[in-house]
Design a protein around this ligand. Structure first.
Ligand SMILES: [Zn+2]
Length: 248
């Protein structure tokens, strides 16, 4: 059986506010609580074309108070590193940089989150760019989860729990704990309509993000072993499908 979870990426004071409110209201209407991926110090030129709102941190605080999960989405969202271990893109913010450098970037990001009233435990690396140094720095800064990884079920690697993310738009899936990462800034009206349709049709299979974060620590041994093998077989299959999709 499949459980779906949602993540909203690239949330920052400068964003497409109209889409933000439209997407939020879809989730509110169906009482689903996603993960919000906040960029602490957004400097990405591609994400600066919208007006800044002084209400940003307050809006995020309200969502947190209603049970939404808040995560830290990198630091400045700039292509300062390579594709990292996941190799989904060729550039990203963290992959390939040394530990001291990454540690400082993550620490500064978290400090901004802290000043605004958040102590995130979930990290989302921009463009999936992360490596062993990133994980070391995340642990150093008190993070417990990474929302990323090519797998069907959460798993532990390098001493941190990974909550896999393999979809970028809602679509039916056969089994697993599936995170769908949405980019509200660039969603069309049709995308938002399709999201609402998917949620209405699959509401019983959709969980709050906190359910996903809790899964690994509450799963028994047998569940973890079967999840391990499901992940093991899934990875090469996904790589094959993903490569084919890119080529076409
Ligand atoms: Zn991003």
């Amino acid at each position: 059986m499949t459980r779906y979870f949602f993540r909203l990426d690239d949330m920052a004071p400068k964003m497409n506010w109209e889409n933000f409110y439209a997407v939020i209201s879809v989730f509110e209407k169906h009482d689903v609580k996603p993960l919000i991926a906040v960029i602490p110090d957004n400097r990405d030129p591609k994400l600066l074309n919208w007006p800044a709102s002084p209400e940003f941190w307050q809006e995020i605080k309200e969502l947190k108070n209603r049970g939404w999960a808040i995560g830290q989405h990198g630091w400045r969202h700039l292509p300062t590193g390579n594709g990292g271990v996941l190799r989904i893109h060729k550039t990203g913010e963290f992959g390939g940089l040394n530990f001291a450098n990454q540690n400082e970037m993550i620490r500064e990001g978290k400090e901004i989150m802290r000043k605004n009233g958040f102590m995130p435990e979930i990290f989302i690396a921009p463009r999936h760019s992360l490596d062993k140094n990133t994980v070391g720095a995340l642990k150093e800064n008190g993070f417990k989860f990474i929302s990323d990884g090519i797998a069907l079920y959460p798993f532990e690697k390098w001493g941190i729990v990974w909550l896999p993310q393999i979809l970028w738009r809602p679509r039916r899936w056969l089994f697993g704990k599936i995170t769908v990462a949405l980019h509200p800034n660039t969603m069309s009206a049709e995308d938002i309509e399709k999201l609402e349709e998917f949620i209405s049709r699959n509401r019983k299979k959709i969980g709050d993000f906190s359910e996903l974060a809790d899964w690994y620590s509450s799963a028994g041994r047998l569940k973890k072993i079967s999840a391990f093998f499901a992940n093991l077989f899934f990875k090469p299959v996904w790589r094959l499908i993903f490569r084919l999709r890119i080529k076409n």
